[in-house]
Ligand binder design. Structure first.
Ligand code: DQA
Length: 138
C-alpha cells in the first residue's frame, strides 16, 4: 500500500504555527507516529505553498499511489484548480484538516474540494491524518 500525503500552504510551519489551533507536532513527527502504527504502508510526503505545484503533485500521483491524503489548507476554500485536479485523476483522495473548519471563521466553512474527494476528515488534530490512513487500510 502506497499513500501520498500532500500538504498545502503554511503547513510547513506545523509545530510552530498557531499551536493553539494546529498543535505542537511537526509533520515529520505526525507522519512518523502514523508510520509506526502502519508499518506496511509506504508513506510519501509533499508540501507546497504554491497552488500549481499542488496540482502537479496530484497529477503525478495518479496511478502511482493507492491513495492520496490531501490537506489543501487555505486553498481548500478557494481553489477550483485543485478541485479539478482531484476530479481529473483516478487515485482516490481523502480530504484532511487538522482543525474543525466548520467551527472557525465563516470563510473556512466552504470546501471547494470536498465533493471530488472520497470523504473528508477534520477536527481531530494531527490524528486526522491517521484516521485517513486508517480508511485506506479498512
Ligand atoms: C487547515 C484549515 C484551513 O482553513 C487553514 O487555512 C489551514 C489548515 C487545517 O488543517 O485545519 O491552513 O486545512
Amino acid at each position: 500500500m502506497k499513500i501520498l500525503v500532500i500538504n498545502g500552504p503554511n503547513l510547513n510551519l506545523l509545530g510552530k504555527r498557531e499551536i493553539n489551533i494546529y498543535g505542537k507536532q511537526t509533520i515529520e513527527e505526525i507522519l512518523q507516529s502514523v508510520s509506526n502504527k502502519y508499518p506496511k504502508v509506504t508513506l510519501d510526503y509533499r508540501q507546497s505553498n504554491i497552488e500549481g505545484e499542488l496540482v502537479n503533485y496530484l497529477q503525478e500521483a495518479n496511478h502511482a499511489y493507492d491513495g492520496i491524503i490531501l490537506n489543501a489548507a487555505a486553498y481548500t476554500h478557494t481553489s477550483i484548480a485543485i478541485a479539478d485536479a482531484i476530479a481529473a485523476i483516478q487515485t482516490p483522495v481523502v480530504e484532511v484538516h487538522i482543525s474543525n473548519i466548520f467551527a472557525r471563521e465563516k470563510e473556512r466553512h466552504t470546501s471547494l474540494i470536498s465533493a471530488n474527494c472520497i470523504g473528508s476528515i477534520g477536527g481531530f488534530g494531527p490524528a486526522s491524518y491517521e484516521l485517513a490512513i486508517h480508511y485506506f487500510n479498512l
